[in-house]
Design a protein around this ligand. Structure first.
Ligand code: ADP
Ligand code: NI
Length: 218
């Protein structure tokens, strides 16, 4: 099987798994992550097959989306073996999708990602900031009945996991302080960092405008 045929099969697998989701994780997100990963690959010497395979699959076994992530990871493994991935390639892809999350990056011993993994992580994070990031936060917040803004709790920089799961306790605007504004400094590759800086400023401008309007200053 050619790499192209493998990627076409992975794209279809991802589409079938992701297309029904209504929390901002739908296949549009995957396609933007792929586009960004391809852009970063132009300036980084990473394995394109591993990078793009992990980009297509990075949210398929997300514990926020599926009850049994381990079963999904097993399914991914069987699928990749069936399209001629070696055991080693499967392990590389699974390691990336298992370890790229924001919460793992904040842990005491953050996992070390391969360059391919760093590119997927950057691409996923770039899709959480800027204009796209703003609308995804609003979309997610609306789907989870979050309050828009509560000036008495903001900015709150971090919550523990239990609080995180209690989404009534989160506001859409606070999500910017808790996560989105932290992502630019966490970019791995120079290309991603450069793109992130522009998107970061756009979010800061948005928050300034939002708060000025909230206080009827504008
Ligand atoms: P991904 O792994 O693709 O970055 P997440 O599951 O972390 O996605 O979140 C999906 C989208 O919803 C992201 O754009 C994220 O910023 C946003 N989001 C996640 N949690 C919240 C929240 N509590 N309030 C508002 N937006 C959120
Ligand atoms: Ni994602």
């Amino acid at each position: 099987m050619t790499n192209e045929a493998q990627l076409a099969a992975i794209k279809k697998f991802s589409f079938d798994k992701m297309s029904g989701d209504a929390t901002g994780h739908n296949f549009d997100h995957i396609q933007r992550v792929i586009k960004t990963a391809k852009r970063i690959l132009q300036t980084e010497d990473a394995d394109p097959l591993i990078t793009l395979a992990a980009a297509y699959l990075h949210d398929v076994a997300d514990d926020k989306l599926v009850d049994d992530p381990a079963a999904l990871e097993h399914e991914i493994k069987e699928f990749l073996l069936s399209i001629d991935f070696s055991e080693e390639q499967v392990d590389e892809v699974l390691y990336i999708i298992h370890n790229l999350s924001f919460s793992k990056s904040l842990s005491k011993n953050p996992p070390k990602l391969s360059l391919a993994g760093q590119i997927v992580q950057d691409s996923d994070r770039l899709d959480a900031i800027g204009a796209i990031g703003i609308i995804r936060a609003i979309y997610y917040g609306g789907a989870h009945a979050e309050t828009i803004y509560d000036p008495t709790i903001e900015p709150r920089q971090s919550m523990n996991k239990a609080e995180y799961r209690n989404l009534n306790n989160e506001t859409i605007i606070n999500h910017f302080y808790e996560k989105l504004l932290k992502l630019t400094a966490m970019m791995n590759t120079p290309t991603a960092k450069k793109i992130a800086e522009k998107r970061h400023q756009y979010m800061l401008d948005f928050l300034d405008e939002f708060k000025a309007e909230w206080d009827a200053e504008k």
